[in-house]
Write a protein that binds this ligand. Structure first.
Ligand SMILES: Nc1ncnc2c1ncn2[C@@H]1O[C@H](COP(=O)(O)OP(=O)(O)OP(=O)(O)O)[C@@H](O)[C@H]1O
Ligand SMILES: [Mg+2]
Length: 413
């Protein structure tokens, strides 16, 4: 495969990879940046200059690097935004601008993003946050190189509680961690979705539905103010927290918003509530694949059959639908042959019943570890491989190049 960040980077190992120019940064943050970057071979702080630096000078200072980053101090947001805007307007698109600030308020983040910053780092700087931002630089570069539009995958339960949220988040994490994909999971529940909770993230002030309502202002800068960041690099969009007053959204606005998200990610996964509401149908229309999660019980299978009939009747392509059998067990009342015969299609992925492992992961807010080949990790690997379009063997070969640091060549074989 040539479309992997690791491969693209790997062909140029001798180059100096990441040049970072600090602008107006306080000495303590500059020092901690240097310390954190010591772990990332190939990343180098070029200098710390004041706010009067001009775009031409920035381009000259970073020209020898494959990846070029300016980290602008935003503790004074007016000055930070002025500098960022100047660099954004005056430099070419190879320059990535990160904001760094003590202020974590969403308005501050939106201001920075609107002035041209692609990442917002909080002080004191943390290694995971920094690496995450650097991985996005690579993903953006890869997106530009390949001119790709990401894929939208809807994960929907045939009935409530089949395990959609548990599976969608682990599938997304697998795509991030094993395949280095830039990935977003949208919690499309109209109220109190579980996604952020299961990942151990706090709630976000804004939900997917607020983004949909701001459709006419949609751009990459606005999007940043809506994201929860998981330490793995996975981005999450929360559901509304209100338990009453369900949000409404026009179907075409949902479709338009998802199309926009696909331009910004390699994978957009949608964690849908059960049932074919108008919002869910809009999401499915915009999706490249629909993953219907069933459990080995009659109501789930019955509902899945009805949902497939309905959707294919509306011309959703039958071949784009996968059946995911969750909580599969040899001792279940229905065997796999009976389930496949009822559905008139094979089960694409079987996830075994392992309540203890899943519930412990959820309660701790710590997803399962894919490096341990547990009975849950193996089928999740296979599911991600299926979506990526890789044979499992080829996927195994790629594991040697895993890890955030290896994206930037510090773990050369
Ligand atoms: N493979 C599995 N083995 C055992 N338990 C599981 C498995 N997958 C999910 N569960 C459990 O099933 C319950 C429901 O899971 P989850 O919340 O992910 O379902 P859901 O389909 O998203 O539910 P909802 O319809 O409420 O959104 C949780 O307690 C979870 O721990
Ligand atoms: Mg759920």
């Amino acid at each position: 495969m040539t479309d992997r960040p690791t491969m693209i980077m790997g062909s140029r190992r001798s180059e100096r990879r990441i040049g970072i120019l600090c602008i107006n940064m306080d000495p303590a943050s500059r020092d901690s940046l240097e310390v954190l970057l010591k772990q990332t071979a190939g990343a180098h702080v070029v200098d710390n200059v004041d706010q009067h630096i001009n775009p031409r000078e920035v381009m000259r200072m970073l020209e020898q690097f494959q990846h070029r980053v300016c980290v602008v101090d935003f503790d004074d947001p007016e000055t930070g935004a002025r500098v960022s805007q100047r660099l954004h307007d005056g430099c070419d698109t190879s320059i990535n601008i990160f904001a760094v600030s003590n202020d974590a308020h969403p308005d501050a983040i939106i201001k920075a993003m609107r002035s041209g910053c692609s990442e917002y780092l909080q002080k004191p700087l943390r290694g995971d946050q920094l690496l995450d931002a650097l991985v996005h630089v690579e993903a953006r570069r890869q997106g530009k190189l390949l001119g790709q539009k990401g894929r939208v995958i809807t994960v929907m339960g045939a009935k409530g509680g089949t395990g959609v949220t548990s599976l969608a988040l682990h599938l997304a994490l697998n795509l991030v961690q094993r395949h280095q994909q830039k990935c977003l999971v949208v919690d499309q529940h109209p109220a109190l979705g579980d996604l952020a909770l299961y990942l151990g993230l706090g709630r976000h002030q804004y939900s997917f539905y607020e983004l949909v309502h701001n459709m006419d202002r949609l751009d990459a800068d606005l999007l940043q103010g809506f994201l929860l960041q998981h330490p793995s690099g996975l981005n999450v969009m929360d559901s509304p927290e209100a338990i009453h007053a369900f949000p409404t959204a026009a179907s075409d606005a949902i479709e338009h918003t998802l199309a926009f998200l696909a331009e910004n990610y390699q994978y957009v996964l949608i964690d849908c509530p059960p049932g074919l509401s108008e919002d869910t149908c809009a999401a499915i229309r915009q999706s490249d694949r629909l993953e219907i999660v069933i459990t080995p019980e009659l109501p789930a299978i019955h509902n899945a059959i009805r949902a497939i009939e309905y959707l294919t009747g509306l011309h959703y392509p039958d071949e784009n639908i996968d059946i995911i059998l969750n909580r599969s067990s040899r001792r279940g009342a229905l065997n796999d042959r009976e389930i496949e015969a009822s559905l008139h299609r094979p089960v694409a992925v079987r996830i075994p019943n392992n309540y203890e492992l899943i519930v412990n992961a959820i309660n701790a807010g710590t997803p399962i570890d894919f490096s341990r080949k547990t009975d849950l990790a193996v089928p999740l690997d296979a599911w991600a491989d299926l979506l990526i379009g890789e044979e499992p063997d080829a996927a195994k070969e790629s594991k040697g190049a895993r890890g955030l640091l290896s994206l930037f060549g510090s773990q050369s074989k």
